[in-house]
Design a protein. Structure first.
Length: 422
């Protein structure tokens, strides 16, 4: 039995990460981890012959995908779709064959999705999240095609941030030995050592994190690892071991410099937590810190935006990422805004944007998405500009200048409708 797993083509030229609870539109590609886990399970447990066709990585359009399907004539096809790009994804579906679908994020309202887009998909043809978890054998892919290599170590999250589609989904860490095995396979297949250990928080399971670090040290793989973490979980003892094992970048969702905004999104941290924990991280000279911020939190005012800028200048991260506040599909705030009729235009209507489709809503700071994007770019520019001396000392000026250029261009582009009215 030939079973093909298809990652649909890029959406308007942008890579789409189709992973459980993830929504990422970007210029850079990530290996489809969940699809590999599913392929490994089909092969090992059900003895099927499986092929993964990643149309994004191989730069295939819809017509080429359909041509390959016709040529291979599979017995069954699984399409990995994203709720954020379904109109693009289903364009390559061969409805005349036996098909099934995995739709991320998995905790969306499937009935709503099918109704809005009038999809000829039944709930019975959608596979569950539990079926795409497990061990991954990367021999299904040519890993050299991807800009970033990732291993999912924990797709779920027990915390309750209102804007996140992973909110309150739990804690289900991957077995350490499986993670070690997958890292070793990546190094063997590609000779690359830059790996993203994707999970809600690396420090969530402290004992597991330290044990993983110890085992990686024993392997002497000389890795360059990237992880995600939460402010209130950071401990010096944990990071001492992680840094020894090769963790060189930790990415942290700070979100806002305003306690009022942090409380609104149920972040569960304080401004003092943020400052104190970054002071701990700054003790490790080889560890880079990336701080995520959001602009446009529903109760945010101009003073709160200024507080975020000031906080950046206090904690001095090495990399800054500022994005528009986004009520992710399936998140508590999405459901609340939708029920209150506060979503801008209609639910599930997405504005075109370089990184993702955006849901907007009525807000004090902006009247439309263009204004929100303008505020976001100006805020990011102010944050980075204030850290110029710090970036110069750390020899991080290339990142700084590139970021300033990009934010300036994005800021000016929002005035295009005024300069060139239709």
């Amino acid at each position: 039995m030939l079973h093909i797993i298809i990652i649909p083509p890029k959406d308007e030229g942008y890579y789409v990460t189709r992973e459980p609870l993830d929504q990422m539109f970007d210029h850079e590609s990530y290996n489809p981890y969940a699809a590999v886990c599913y392929a490994t399970r089909l092969r090992d447990q059900f003895k099927e012959k499986v092929v993964i066709l990643d149309a994004q990585a191989n730069n295939l359009n819809t017509d080429l995908v359909k041509h390959i399907i016709k040529k291979l004539n599979p017995d069954r096809i699984t399409y990995f779709l994203s709720a954020y790009s379904i109109p693009n994804d289903i364009s390559c579906v061969d409805w005349h064959r036996e098909t099934e679908f995995f739709i991320s994020p998995f905790n969306i309202d499937l009935n709503e999705l099918i109704k809005i887009y009038e999809l000829p998909i039944s709930k019975n043809s959608v596979i569950k999240y539990s079926e795409v978890r497990g061990r991954a054998d990367f021999s299904f892919l040519d890993l050299n095609l991807y800009d970033h290599l990732r291993i999912n170590i924990n797709d779920l999250c027990p915390f309750n941030c209102v804007m996140c589609c992973r909110s309150g989904t739990g804690n289900l860490p991957k077995p350490i030995d499986e993670t070690i095995e997958e890292i070793e396979q990546i190094v063997k297949l590609t000779k690359r050592r830059d790996i993203f250990l994707f999970g809600s928080e690396i420090s969530l399971n402290a004992d597991i994190a330290i044990c993983l670090a110890d085992k990686l040290l024993q392997k002497k793989l000389k890795l360059h690892l990237r992880v995600l973490d939460r402010v209130d979980l950071i401990e010096e003892d944990i990071y001492r071991e992680l840094v020894k094992a090769g963790v060189m970048l930790t990415e942290i969702g700070v979100e806002s410099g305003s306690q009022k905004c942090l409380d609104f999104i149920h972040k569960g941290i304080t401004i003092n937590d943020i400052i104190n924990k970054f002071n701990i991280l700054n003790k490790f000279e080889t560890l880079s810190k990336k701080a995520f911020f959001m602009i446009g939190i529903p109760n945010e005012e101009w003073g709160d935006v200024l507080s975020s800028v000031k906080l950046v200048h206090t904690i001095k991260p090495d990399i800054i990422s500022v994005d528009e506040f986004y009520p992710s599909l399936g998140s508590p705030i999405y459901k609340e805004l939708k029920n209150k009729g506060m979503l801008y235009e209609i639910p599930w209507h997405f504005h075109k944007h370089p990184k993702r489709r955006i849901l907007t809503f009525k807000h004090k700071l902006y009247k439309n998405y263009k204004e929100l994007h303008r505020i976001k770019s100006a805020t990011s520019f102010a944050m980075i500009s204030g850290l110029l001396p710090e970036f110069f000392i750390k020899k991080n000026m290339r990142y700084c200048l590139r970021s300033l250029k990009n934010e300036s261009i994005e800021f000016l582009k929002t005035f295009k409708p005024f300069l060139y009215p239709h």
